[in-house]
Design a protein around this ligand. Sequence first.
Ligand SMILES: [Zn+2]
Length: 544
Amino acid sequence: MSGPVTLTATIAEGLEGLRFFGALPLRLRRPIPRESARAAVRERLARRGEGLLTLARTAIFPFPASPYARLLAHAGLAYGDLEGLVARQGLDEALAHLFRSGVYLTGDELKGRHPVVRGNLRFTIDTGALRNPTVVPHLLATSSGSRGRGTMVALDLRSVRDQATNTCLELHARGALGWRHAAWRVPGGAQLTQTIRYAMAGTRFERTFTPVDPGMASLHPRYRWSERILRWAMRAGGHPMPPLEHVALDRPLPILQWMARVLREGGVPHVLCYSSGGARLCRAAVDAGIGIAGARLTVGGEPVTSARLAAIAAAGVVAGWRYGCTEAGGILAVGCLAPRSAGELHFMHDLRAVIQPGADGATAGLPPRALLVTSLRPITPLVLLNASLGDEGTLGSRDCGCPMEAEGWTTHLEELRSFEKLTIGGMCLAHADLGRLVDEVLPARFGGGPADWQLVEEEATDGAPHLYLAASPRLGPLAGDAVSDAVLSWIGRGDGVERIASILYRDGGFVRMVRREPFTTSGKVGHVHVARADSTASAGSRHA
Ligand SMILES: [Zn+2]
């Protein structure tokens, strides 16, 4: 990137930071009472259709350049048609109708990796095209997407407060307001908004651990900037934040010692971390003989599998989980407290709608169980209308009887998995980008062709994630270190999230080379192959 571009971006980020600093302290003074949170969620649930229509009226139809305005126009749908559909068929059916009319975005279209093509309509989505034009951001967050475009997500404090009402109810439901909270996640937008949501809900983080050294010179200055701004604003609002402490993935002792101390003091330690990080933490406790039974974890950012949950339970620790995505503006679903399957969730459909394409997905290149998400709040920073975030799962309803159900979140989501990205260590790598690595970068440097290389995401039986590179034995002698190094350098080409991912993967020993023929699915070699301990294998698409 050229100097001036970076400088302009930094000035813009600085200005947004000042707005944020002005607005946050006031919003932190009074935590959200549980009854107000309940009333807000009930109100939003009762007006879901209206939420979509308001968003369409204010943020889509007045802006002909909006990707959704173009898709709707191409489908011949004006605002009145949308209003009629919602009135006659209800919100979810109206969204299904829109999908069948071509009004949706796949993950690759959303990120600008593929052009949007519907009949004779063809365009590519630029960075910022999905930002809500009516929202003035208070701070920019960085999503955990894998590459350059569209990784900056605007944060609006009104929207964070929308989410904080749900956080408040979630914490009450789990009896978690009196727990002592810590986080062990990479620095960035997700952790910043989490800190604000907790403060708005009336609690705070006692410790914040990060697996990546936040002082690393190679990180983009925005990480330090956004962290510093939040720190000032939180202090001004009466919620001082603990310092960031670097705790590498393979040396979690400081976290275990904190948990053990809180337990000795009669408290309940609670750590927010990635699913594999939680499993790692609990295995380390068992190995080191440190008693942390009775502690709590909230895991996410990666599949919540039965192998990972078993590793956590073996240390006597109780896990909760959730499903979030910075691109979608935060948390989409919270863990069921009476789950019938590993990682069962309640989708928070007061903030967003979710539908699935079913058999109609084939024309869009989407699996039948893909989750198409729609923003229902007019103040959402990023507008999603039938947008695929690259995840799939099983949606349904059942009477679980847990408190999340009682709050009105009656849509259950099970078997959540990604289909067009790898999620390892809480970071996402798009199959489309990894395709270039396997098809072009590695063959050019080490020989062979695309069918000789494959990235395999494998979950060991103890829940540990491994990203390994299958290199065909036909390639002859190869130095494993040089190949792993080439993969990590390629992943870490940017200065933001990509760099964080490569540091994390290097530290965590996630990438190694294995000499074996790539896996084939239906006779084809995929760029990416996923093999989990508790589910059947699935392959990434080669045409991506
Ligand atoms: Zn439940």
